[in-house]
Structures are given as structure tokens and as C-alpha cells.
Design a protein around this ligand. Structure first.
Ligand code: IPD
Ligand code: CA
Length: 262
């Protein structure tokens, strides 16, 4: 896809993310209808409504591009391009009226057998912060260029970590967490992976780690980290679209890997 088309895709993603952001702001303090829940996860009717809104906006403008989303897929799953959508990332925060949640939209292009993210948008409607990136270009926050931090010693770093949603991922992550904690300045666990990645991209956090995370949580944020000069190390697990990630400012992976395995 040419840069001019990527710019059009970015504009459409921004508009869709802002439309859902408005819906999130309007509903933050409202009673939420829960579709389903498990011990560590909640799915709201608003998650589905938000994805439908995004799908409608994007597929009207780009009918040939399929959608892979947290709330379901549509279109040809073999297509050369796909949108990867998390309509509300941080659903548990949002349900509990914690204003730390966002919309995440990525455009991916098929490269051989895998897909590569080329456009990424993350929108936090509560702080009105909009992160955007196109592969090969700088990353922006509300139109201003951003860069990852330059901190190179773990003892000065803020590291964020996610425990995903299953007993297995929690049991795996806890020993790592316990070993990491005394070696860093602060840990932050804020409940929206896409925002944690944009915080790394903006130099607020120095690294973000999670095992068992889904593609829609990380596709846009991962590109934004890379375009801000950081490293988005990731590995797909045996379940499709599930990943282990270590995003950082490009200076910390060795030290973080030394702590242990996830
Ligand atoms: C979750 C959040 C959470 C992360 C989980 C995600 P959701 O997404 O990003 O911070 O730890 O792995 O699944 O369910 O709120 O969209
Ligand atoms: Ca999510």
C-alpha cells in the first residue's frame, strides 16, 4: 500500500476511534450491561456495539479489507490487508468506572505467511490522547512527535507488567514479577495493554511485559513503540493470535531477560 493510502487508512482509523471514544466518555458512569464474564474478564454489550461502529466506518471506506477483532471477525480471512481492532481495551477498568481504557485499531498487510502492522491508532478518550503511527515514519501523540525514554539502568526504570486472564499466565508471571520488583524503580499495572505500549512509546514507562496477550491488544501499540524508536519484541505462542511480548526503549531487553523466563 502506498503512503497516500496508508494516510487515508490512518485518517479513517482516527475517526472510528474518536467515535467510539465519544461513546466511552458518554457511558463511563452509566450502568453497563454485561454480556458474559469469567473470573478475570468481563465482556460488555458496549464492547460489541463499539466494534460494530468501527467496522461500519472502516468497511464503508475500505470494503475489501477484512476485520479481526476482539468481538469477532468479518470479511475474507485470507485477504492481503486486515484491520485488527480492540474496540475497548481495558474493559474491566471501564466497567468499574476507572477512566483508563482506550480504542486500538491497526492495519496489517500480508507479508508471505504472516501479517505486518503498517498503521496504528490508539485513542484514550478520558485524557483525550491520540497516538498514531505509520511504519517507517515517526510516532505522534496529539500530532507531536514522541520518543521512547533513554533510561538504561533498570534501577531507574518504570516497568509495567500484565498478567493476562488465565490461571496459567498468572502462575507463570508471578515468579518473574517477584524477582523484578526489587530491581526496578516502580512497577505499574494499569489494566489496558494498548495504553501501556503507548506509554512506553511516549517515554513514560520504560518497558511493558506480558505473556498470553492477544493480537488486538498489541498490534497498534507495538507499531507505535517501534516508530517512537523502541523495541517491540514479540513471540507468537502455540495458540494463534496469542503472544508473549517485551516492549522497551531499546536498551533494556538484556537486563529484563536476565531476570527470568516468562
Ligand atoms: C486486556 C487488558 C489487560 C491485559 C489483558 C488484555 P481487555 O484487554 O489490556 O491490561 O492484561 O491481557 O486482554 O480485555 O480489557 O480488552
Ligand atoms: Ca483488549
Amino acid at each position: 500500500m502506498k503512503l497516500s493510502e496508508q494516510k487515508k487508512a490512518l485518517k479513517a482509523s482516527v475517526e472510528a476511534a474518536q467515535a467510539v471514544g465519544k461513546l466511552m466518555r458518554q457511558n463511563l458512569r452509566a450502568q453497563k450491561k454485561i454480556d458474559s464474564q469469567s473470573q478475570h474478564d468481563i465482556k460488555l454489550q458496549l464492547d460489541v456495539r463499539s466494534q460494530k461502529l468501527i467496522e461500519k466506518q472502516l468497511t464503508t471506506k475500505f470494503p475489501e479489507i477484512s476485520v479481526l477483532g476482539e468481538e469477532g471477525d468479518s470479511g475474507d480471512n485470507q485477504s492481503n490487508y486486515r484491520w485488527v481492532v480492540d474496540p475497548i481495551d481495558g474493559t474491566v477498568n471501564f466497567t468499574y468506572t476507572i477512566p483508563h481504557a482506550c480504542v486500538s485499531i491497526a492495519l496489517q498487510e500480508k507479508k508471505g505467511t504472516r501479517y505486518e502492522t503498517t498503521v496504528g491508532v490508539v485513542y484514550d478518550p478520558f485524557c483525550d490522547e491520540l497516538w498514531t503511527a505509520i511504519r517507517g515514519q515517526p510516532a505522534f501523540l496529539n500530532g507531536k512527535k514522541i520518543e521512547v525514554s533513554k533510561r538504561k539502568n533498570l534501577d531507574q526504570c518504570i516497568v509495567s507488567i500484565g498478567f493476562a486472564k488465565s490461571k496459567e499466565t498468572m502462575e507463570k508471571t508471578l515468579p518473574y514479577f517477584n524477582k523484578m520488583l526489587p530491581q526496578i524503580r516502580k512497577v505499574r499495572m494499569m489494566g489496558a495493554a494498548a495504553l501501556a505500549l503507548t506509554y512506553v512509546a511516549s517515554g513514560r514507562f520504560d518497558a511493558y511485559i506480558e505473556s498470553g496477550i492477544q493480537l488486538w491488544d498489541i498490534a497498534a501499540g507495538g507499531l507505535i513503540v517501534e516508530c517512537a524508536g523502541g523495541e517491540f519484541w514479540n513471540q507468537e505462542l502455540d495458540v494463534p493470535n496469542k503472544f508473549k511480548i517485551l516492549a522497551n526503549n531499546g536498551l533494556l531487553r538484556g537486563q529484563l531477560e536476565k531476570i527470568g523466563k516468562l
